[in-house]
Write a protein that binds this ligand. Sequence first.
Ligand code: FAD
Length: 504
Amino acid sequence: MNDPTERRIRRIVIVGGGSAGWMSAAALANATNGNCHIELVESAAIGTVGVGEATIPPIKQFNQQLGLDENAFAAGTGGTFKLGIEFVDWTRPGQRYFHPFGQFAPDFDTLPFHQYWLRERSRGSPVPLQEYAMAWVAARAGRFDRPPADRRLVLSSFDYAYHFDAALYARHLRRYAEQRGVARTEGEVVDVRLRGEDGFIESLVLKDGRRIDGDLFVDCSGFRGLLIEGALGVGLADWREWLPCDRAVTVGCTVGTELPPYTRSTARPAGWQWRIPLQHRTGNGHVYCSEFMSEDEAATTLLAHLDGEPLGAPRLIKFTAGARRQFWSRNCVAIGLAAGFLEPLESTAIHMVQSGLTRLLALFPDRDFDPLLAREYNRITRAEYERIRDFLILHYHAQQREEPLWRHTRGMRIPPELQYKIDHFRCHGGIVAEPFELFQNSNWLAVLVGQEVWPERPHGLLELRGVVDAARRLAGIREVLEKAAGSLPTHRRYIEQHCRAKIS
Ligand SMILES: Cc1cc2nc3c(=O)[nH]c(=O)nc-3n(C[C@H](O)[C@H](O)[C@H](O)COP(=O)(O)OP(=O)(O)OC[C@H]3O[C@@H](n4cnc5c(N)ncnc54)[C@H](O)[C@@H]3O)c2cc1C
């Protein structure tokens, strides 16, 4: 048998110093405990995408695994807290709903709570689903506190994530990684040398002629995918037929008096606009489809709908929705935009960096690079991208807007797995989610109901349950949630007390 110390990975080279690059550097430095040389190459001349300001709850675990202090992290990144996303005008102009983090009301019977809510609705109750989610009741009141650990308390039923300045997050992690021995090299990679016998990456060549050797290469070079695509040519699964938006114009604006603890996404004639409140500015962007709108129109629309004064001119970013056909090929693993990009509608890109790194650590190779490891990595990563893709498509497909983009996405043929989920909900309000999916029952429920997909008949058991006084139960739940939300500090007060921005 080979001596395992002989076969261990000795040098990891990361290309790219955006959020993906520095998250990779921090996670790998933390995991390898100083026993592996880690070098990150980045080029100031090329720069980073620099947006990526809204996240989803699992990011808390990423930061915790690194041992980051939450208050210091929020203060260092201008961070605020996020309880979910408000969708405005998505189903049709004038309609709005909330996708909350955490759970809806607890079940009070064999049947899930939402079956009773659907029945009350069909009997004429006007109370929206979100009124039964702790996250929304707190968000609507502009309040926030960390949920308590005691699962018996209603305040423990919500979850939260962050809004932060992506460039400051990368800076925060850079400090962390460098303190743990990661070497940073400034320079532009102009060539990738492959080994003759097996096509593995051997070294990178920089513009000034320097050469960087490695055993494992992590491609965090952004959309271009310098190694995974440029050198290894794995190909891209292009998903524009379902997610046709291909541009975003972005701009920051001044902060108003309010500090909402949630992201807002407002549908526009050829796309949608985000609003992400940070401590020191509000992030805004207009994602649109270039087939249906010009850049000038997109920028004008963006600027016409800001809550504050713009801080500079809008910046254009082009992208293609899709994912690499392989994320791990030979001795190269692509993380971040180099691996794929689904538009930022549900704030999943930074999460995909985190989940790629978690998977890489779980399947960490030695220098034999057993192909089984890459196969498993690719299998799970593909499934994860596809299910998130379907969740995003649901927003575009199930709606009643009349502009050409929206008529197109309503009429398009959708992936069969998504059709299956929609059919089930239409059938009897049932939700079909795989255990490994990022978005679980409560997420699908929020968006299916929010986008007004309604069941054709009640669940078969509902009428057999006898007298469950659902109306009284539901009213009781609302009362408890309202009272609990009232006990929380305002979001602004919470930040003032715990993590007021200290940006250096
Ligand atoms: C419009 C838009 C909105 C987004 N909003 C969100 C959001 O709200 N939430 C979220 O989670 N994510 C969001 N994202 C995604 C998020 O911005 C990215 O996932 C995240 O920032 C990671 O980017 P990256 O590090 O992979 O790439 P980049 O930021 O592009 O970094 C690439 C790095 O590679 C380096 N590089 C490239 N070529 C070379 C070379 N030849 N030599 C040396 N270095 C090189 C560059 O210098 C740079 O450091 C958004 C993305 C877009 C486009």
